[in-house]
Design a protein around this ligand. Structure first.
Ligand SMILES: Cc1cc2nc3c(=O)[nH]c(=O)nc-3n(C[C@H](O)[C@H](O)[C@H](O)COP(=O)(O)O)c2cc1C
Length: 263
């Protein structure tokens, strides 16, 4: 199976499963605990209806929306995702190029593997910076200043990172930083040698948004779950971090019906 054979999300998922060592695939694909929220979240989106707009002319179809002050050509954007160069050696560079091609916004994760400055130089696409509020106000100021200096217009504040997720797939494969792979996990890397070849033949893996502020020696000895305590965001990260939590879409719908009841 190749990229040209991918026509929908499930095709991409199948291809990723074929190409990636399973600890990496499961890190991307997995949720927390029994993955109940994961399934409910997927079902919630499947039950989403689109209201057709017909007999309105198709000469100038305009899907554009304004999100957080940014005019986007599509009503979707690329939300921040950590560690993209683990998934493909081009990582954020490729995703930012795709965002630019389709006129939408690119989310820079604090756990991104390409610097926000490089993305800003490479593309003109608007960026949103996903930010954690730290106890150290100076650190907050320095990180915000850095984002402003690189031209980022939108900040997304992560508020749901109080505890890390019990991600059972990662426990089974030993996905952690540094890798704590068990024999089964190691075998998966041997079975997919291209991933390892790409990893060693491309530039060193980095976390440029953080390395200025965090002692990376120490960082590398942190357990992945500890590290991930800092990686939860408001944008439905729930399925990855906590199982059984009410879905963002449900909350939005309830608020919508509540305000309709009132009016
Ligand atoms: C592999 C992976 C890593 C992610 N990393 C981050 C992150 O570093 N920061 C963040 O705010 N959201 C992160 N997210 C959450 C996404 O931005 C997005 O909100 C979420 O995946 C959407 O929900 P869904 O995957 O259930 O569709 C990550 C998601 C995935 C799948």
């Amino acid at each position: 199976m190749r990229l040209k054979d991918c026509h929908n999300f499930q095709d991409f998922r199948t291809l990723a499963k074929k190409r990636l060592p399973s600890p990496i695939f499961n890190y991307i694909d997995g949720g927390a605990d029994d993955e109940t929220t994961y399934r409910r979240n997927t079902a919630a989106f499947e039950s989403c209806d689109l209201v057709p707009s017909v007999l309105t002319g198709v000469k100038d179809v305009d899907l554009s929306v304004t999100v957080m002050g940014q005019k986007l050509a599509l009503p979707i954007y690329c939300s921040p995702t950590a560690l993209q160069r683990l998934f493909h050696h081009d990582g954020e560079r490729a995703v930012a190029n795709a965002a630019e091609k389709y006129g939408t916004m690119f989310g820079v994760s604090s756990l991104g593997t390409v610097s926000m400055e490089e993305i800003a130089k490479q593309t003109t696409t608007p960026q949103v910076y996903q930010f954690y509020f730290h106890k150290d106000r100076e650190l907050n100021r320095a990180m915000m200043q850095r984002a402003k200096d690189s031209g980022i217009q939108v900040m997304m504040l992560t508020v749901d990172s109080i505890t890390g997720g019990n991600r059972e797939r990662d426990l089974r494969t030993g996905f952690a930083i540094p890798f704590k792979l068990n024999l089964k996990g190691m075998l998966q890397f041997i079975l997919k040698p291209m991933w390892g070849i790409n990893y060693v033949t491309h530039e060193k893996f980095r976390l440029p948004q953080l390395e200025e502020h965090v002692d990376m020696g120490l960082w590398c000895h942190l357990n992945w779950r500890l590290l991930y305590q800092h990686a939860r965001s408001i944008n439905e990260l729930g399925r990855r971090g906590r199982d059984g939590e009410i879905l963002g879409r449900t909350v939005l719908l309830e608020r919508h019906y509540e305000s309709r009841r009132r009016s």
